[in-house]
Ligand binder design. Structure first.
Ligand code: ADP
Length: 221
């Protein structure tokens, strides 16, 4: 079966004055339908850079990314944006919420952008993320943990084929983390794929496969 997401020999360098940091040094990976993959590595090892390149938010300096067999790297932004909108959900640490909309309004907007409108699914996402009581709050009224959960609900609401997430459960309590993990596992059983950068033992224990990254290289690929 065609992988949903493929990376081939990704390199990414950052320059600051005369200093060069090699954030990614030849990363190759594939994520297939139904897989739940956890990306583990110390701070500064390249996790966020890798997720940004896989999402087409950043361009690798070498190598390329394919989404559903179509190359995304070094294509015009309109092509990348289209591939992203149709196939990829992204949850980065900066929240993806519109300030002038309520939590529920943010979910409804994201679903309609993805061509979906399902009232029951909004209720279900609010429940999974523990936000039913906060559905009418605006982002500025949410705590850090609530904002992180609202960001996850928004990322899930488009029901993307591949969800890329950076520490999706960093600020949640154990009960909410368990509820989110069970929802993510259900999505994978339904053929969706998930690649998650995390420090959470619980999340890593739920994954089908672990990728270990250190100094910009996968050490168990
Ligand atoms: P992680 O997500 O695992 O903490 P990052 O991908 O954020 O790792 O960073 C990988 C390396 O690239 C680190 O050495 C970091 O300092 C460096 N880096 C990340 N972003 C930038 C940037 N915008 N400018 C310069 N260096 C960066």
């Amino acid at each position: 079966m065609l992988p949903l997401l493929t990376a081939v020999e990704l390199y990414r360098f950052y320059h600051r004055g005369d200093d060069e940091t090699a954030a990614l040094r030849g990363i190759s990976l594939q994520v297939r339908a139904g897989e739940f993959v956890a990306l583990l590595g110390p701070s500064g090892s390249g996790k966020s850079t890798l997720l940004a390149c896989l999402a087409g938010l950043d361009e690798p300096d070498g190598g390329y990314v394919e989404v559903m067999g179509r190359r995304m790297s070094r294509r015009p932004e309109a092509v990348r944006a289209n591939l992203r909108a149709r196939h990829i959900g992204i949850l980065m640490q900066s929240a993806n919420l519109f300030e002038h909309l309520t939590v529920e309004g943010n979910l409804r907007l994201q679903m309609s952008l993805a061509g979906r409108a399902d009232r029951r699914e909004i209720d279900s996402l609010l429940e999974v993320t523990g936000l039913t009581q906060r559905r009418l709050a605006r982002p500025s009224q949410l705590s850090g943990g609530e904002a992180a959960r609202a960001g996850l609900a928004v990322a899930l609401s488009a029901n993307p084929k591949v969800l890329l997430a950076d520490e999706p459960t960093a600020e949640v309590d154990a009960a909410t983390e368990a509820s989110i993990l069970s929802h993510l596992a259900d999505r994978c059983r339904a053929g969706r794929a998930l690649l998650v950068a995390t420090h959470s033992q619980a999340l890593a224990a739920s994954a089908d496969r672990l990728l270990l990254i250190r100094d910009g290289r996968l050490i168990n690929a």
